[in-house]
Design a protein around this ligand. Structure first.
Ligand code: DLL
Length: 434
């Protein structure tokens, strides 16, 4: 059994977790009813009163909530306590419309720090470790969330925040952090830039990577591990329910442990909203039942994954989810075919000639969708002959065609010519006009 931060919570028998979840759910409904107008109205429209929610079996009687509820009640309409009791505010912009604003009471901050401490511990980190936090500090939850979790554990936190890659590399070499937290795409960028400054992975002390905030493939995980000489872990979360630390992978595999005493997870069918069984792929829905500032009940994240309820080899009994490979609303539909950027990424990672830095452009020409994928060549391959380059473009096209069932125009571009992000990578430009 590996190191577990909170054994009582993380190894609780599943039946006991369900009982606790039911009790906390019923308390949360009572806390919200009458205090949060949008939710009270939803419950009234569904003909439910707080007294109707007595156990976890009553969960599915409650109405769903969605990002529109957050946006329509911008900025403070979703808060369940007076602003006086709020000690911190974060927000998340998303792709369209107004920010989603979330408020935390002191108890919310304490629980968040606890969840991040559990997450860090599940990588094998202890108070002896030093964590370089390269997630942004600010309204984004990544930086401050992991920072507080590290301090809670007694880990030394270095609050580098995002940006200034040269300085990041210098700190990695000089301060000798043993763990790095950033988006997976930025981890790859850091690894590539190290060569520019004459830094080799043997000059770093990194053992562990805490990567998340965007979808990434298992193949990309392998590549980051090779390039930085560390073991990569997947951290998941969203501002609406807390921030990073809602779930985290462990030393036993790629599935992520959900902090089930604080977050009740469900998987629902994207079309019908009906609950799905263990192991079935659908949309992830959370109820953040211990949250005081902005509790959310049955909030549809639109992230696609599966849930598992068995005990993990690491000893934890908390509910696990698969790696999130995409969001139902990030899914591209090209010529009627569902396409996720991570599917393309997993093909690219089989080729030594290209980097997993790519951009997908979608256009509509004469009523037909056209997909172009620009992919960076590696420095070594860039100098090769035009014929060799065309050959790789053809092979990539054939692989993409056989995985997705549609063809794409593949354009290999110069090394480091595509835009890099210090936070979440932007990989898709959809220029179709409907
Ligand atoms: O990204 C919180 C976070 C910060 C998580 C640092 C992990 C590390 P938001 O900006 O609100 O919050 O974005 C949340 O990002 O619904 C997913 O679509 C995506 N996401 C987050 N973590 C992962 C992950 C933060 N590990 C949205 N794998 C979520 C795949 C992820 N997607």
């Amino acid at each position: 059994m590996s190191y577990i931060w909170n054994e009582a919570a993380e190894t609780m028998p599943y039946e006991q977790i369900r009982e606790l979840q039911g009790q906390r759910l019923s308390e949360c409904v009572s806390r919200m009813y009458g205090k949060v107008p949008y939710y009270t109205e939803k419950m009234q429209a569904a003909g439910i009163e707080p007294g109707d929610i007595r156990s976890i079996d009553d969960l599915t009687r409650l109405p769903f909530t969605d990002k529109e509820d957050m946006r329509e009640n911008y900025p403070y309409g979703t808060f369940a306590v007076p602003l006086d009791d709020i000690v911190r505010i974060h927000s998340s912009s998303g792709t369209t419309g107004k920010q989603k604003v979330v408020g935390y009471t002191q108890s919310d901050i304490d629980i968040w720090s606890e969840c991040c401490a559990r997450s860090l511990a599940s990588t094998g980190m202890t108070h002896r470790d030093i964590l370089h936090v390269a997630y942004g500090y600010g309204l984004f939850t990544g930086g401050l969330g992991l920072h507080y979790g590290a301090e809670r554990m007694g880990v030394t936190a270095i609050p580098v925040s995002s940006g200034n890659t040269k300085r990041q590399i210098q700190i990695l070499v000089d301060f000798k952090p043993t763990a790095l937290a950033c988006t997976p795409s930025y981890a790859l960028h850091l690894a590539d830039e190290m060569a520019t400054y004459g830094v080799d992975k043997s000059m770093l002390s990194l053992k562990v990577g805490i990567f998340g905030a965007e979808p990434w493939s298992v193949e990309m995980k392998q590549q980051i591990e090779d390039k930085l000489g560390l073991k990569a872990f997947d951290i998941y979360g969203l501002s609406e329910t807390m921030g990073p630390g809602v779930s985290m992978s462990c030393e036993a595999g790629n599935r992520l442990h959900i902090q089930s005493d604080h977050f009740i997870a469900e998987i629902v069918d994207p079309e019908t909203g009906k609950p799905m069984a263990e192991g079935e792929l659908g949309e992830l829905v959370f109820s953040s039942v211990t949250k005081e500032g902005t509790p959310l009940l049955r909030y549809n994240t639109h992230d696609l994954t599966r849930l598992y309820y068995d005990r993990c080899d690491c000893g934890r009994t908390t509910v696990r989810m698969d790696k999130v490979t995409g969001r139902a609303d990030d899914m591209l539909i090209v010529r009627g075919v569902n396409v996720f950027p991570t599917q393309i990424e997993s093909i690219l990672l089989n080729y030594g000639e290209v980097e997993p830095h790519y951009m997908i452009y979608i256009d509509r020409v004469h009523n037909l969708d056209r997909m172009e994928i620009q992919i960076e060549m590696t420095k070594g391959f860039f100098s090769d002959s035009i014929r060799e380059i065309e050959n790789i473009e053809r092979r990539l096209n054939a692989d993409i065609q056989s995985m997705l069932g549609i063809s794409a125009k593949i354009t290999l571009v110069e090394p480091r010519s595509l835009p890099r992000s210090e936070g979440k990578a932007k990989r898709v430009v959809d220029r179709r006009v409907y």
